[in-house]
Design a protein around this ligand. Structure first.
Ligand code: ADP
Length: 226
């Protein structure tokens, strides 16, 4: 479902004298339906960069990435947009909050993009927010003023509200307390059991042990040490 072959990435800092930073080198991995794979490795090993490349935010300059049948190394922007809309959910570390849009509609938005009618989309969004213990009094408010943990739960609800076959999770439990972390892990586990292919960064060892079926370690590119 997610397949990477010999992926490499070098950043060129044009504003700093054209310095090159080698972020990834020769990464190959595969995530099948029903697997939850944790990306591990030291800080700077390229975990976030790899996730952004799979999400289609960073261009792929070496190797191949195929996600749910779409070859990202030769996909046009509109194919990437369609892939995100139809097949790939993403929980980033931080919610990008749009002012004045209530939490309920932030969560319902991926369903609306898939053609779901507004009533059903809002019902499903509310069910998700309730499951994640977001107080009902917050549902009508924009998440702009929410705490880190509340924003994180809105983000997770949005990423998991549709049964996407592919999920990318960047530290989904980072700002959550024990009970809420347990709730999120339950949802991730459910998604995996229904057959989602999940790739994530989980710094919390307990979360990793609880939801991941396998780990893939990234190493610092040659010539770099931590
Ligand atoms: P990790 O998530 O494993 O800590 P990152 O993917 O954030 O690692 O970073 C890998 C390397 O790429 C680091 O050396 C980092 O400085 C560099 N890097 C990441 N993003 C950018 C960027 N947008 N521009 C330039 N360098 C970057």
């Amino acid at each position: 479902m997610i397949a990477l072959r010999d992926v490499g990435k070098t950043f060129t800092l044009h504003t700093q004298g054209g310095v090159s930073i080698r972020a990834l080198e020769g990464v190959s991995l595969r995530v099948s339906p029903g697997e939850c794979v944790a990306l591990t490795g030291p800080s700077g090993a390229g975990k976030s960069t790899l996730m952004r490349m799979i999400w289609g935010n960073y261009r792929l300059d070496e190797g191949e990435i195929t996600v749910a049948g779409v070859a990202l190394h030769r996909a046009r922007p509109r194919e990437i947009v369609a892939l995100r809309r139809d097949r790939m959910g993403h929980v980033s570390q931080f919610l990008r909050v749009v002012p004045r849009v209530p939490a309920r509609d932030v969560v319902a938005e991926p369903l609306r993009a898939l053609g779901c009618d507004i009533g059903e989309a809002r019902d499903r969004a509310e069910a998700m927010l309730a499951r994640l213990n977001l107080p009902r009094r917050l549902w009508d408010l924009s998440p702009t003023t929410f705490s880190g943990g509340e924003q994180q739960r809105v983000n997770i609800a949005r990423g998991l509200v549709h049964p996407f076959p592919v999920l990318l999770l960047d530290e989904p439990t980072a700002s959550l307390d024990g009970a809420n972390r347990e709730g999120v892990m339950g949802l991730i586990d459910e998604a995996r059991r229904r057959g989602a292919a999940i790739l994530g960064i989980f710094h919390d060892e307990g979360a990793r042990a609880r939801v991941c079926t396998r780990e893939v370690a990234l190493h610092l590119p040659r010539g770099l040490t931590a």
